[in-house]
Design a protein around this ligand. Sequence first.
Ligand SMILES: [Zn+2]
Length: 301
Amino acid sequence: MTVTVKVQVISIIEMFTLRIILVIACLLVLITDTWAISQQSQVLLYNVGYGGIVGAIGAVMNRNESSWYRAFVKGLIQGSFGGLICYEGKRMAYEINKNRELLYGWPSKIVHATGASIIENAAANNYLWESWSVHFGFVRFETKPATFPLRVKFLPFAFGGFLMATACGRLKVDKTFQLGQPYFRKSTFELPEAGGYSFGNQIIVNEDVTNVYEYIAHEYIHNYQYREGISLNKMFTHIHQEFSNYEIYNRLSEHIYIDTAFMAMAYHMEDQHSYAWKYKNYFELEAKYCSTLRNVPIPWR
Ligand SMILES: [Zn+2]
């Protein structure tokens, strides 16, 4: 099969599978939204469910000789566990708001990166701790806990977000390293009035608002959602291995990691609402709940 045909086949398979995943993710959101359960349970169920679904389907797609149901169960358990860790990492972002201290971003980020890595390992049908990765702005650091080789990869979509953030705000280097994510202070006129914004792995905040730390934690959760979407990449590990004979592909994939903003698509597939009803969008509700650990007022119930 020629490279061109392979690329076309991969594109078709990927888009078809990704649509299924996005529809399942939206159904999960719809179900958890419809059930009369607490917001804490809703957020927990979504995170565990998302990790489990991505892990299970990915493990089946990447299975070797094992039967599909063994791979499914392994991926489901492993991915659900990763989702649970992601949930804990998101809740830890609340400490930024509670203590009004940016340094609490790091432990939250490390825990969430661990959960996201477990989901990625599950989706690739790998061992639980086979690899670990963390994102800092438009850079992805990858390692294998068994041998600790360090790979540094460029994230093109996150870099696009970085450029957008640069156009809308001013990078604060000291706060960036305190928080663990590129931190921009909003300029006065480029963006519409709001407390904060998230562009991929970048956070922009309006420092004039009184509850600025809540907005920082809120946007951090949106960064995490973006990271979780990228875990879908690992579902197609078996297809990408087909290209391992091509040196140029190997060279590029050593230094570039395609971070398609799948969660941004899912965000926009959710209903868009007026500002008063914005938390009807699950991803907004999750960010608000995890940054405050208080129930979000929901006027539609
Ligand atoms: Zn938000």
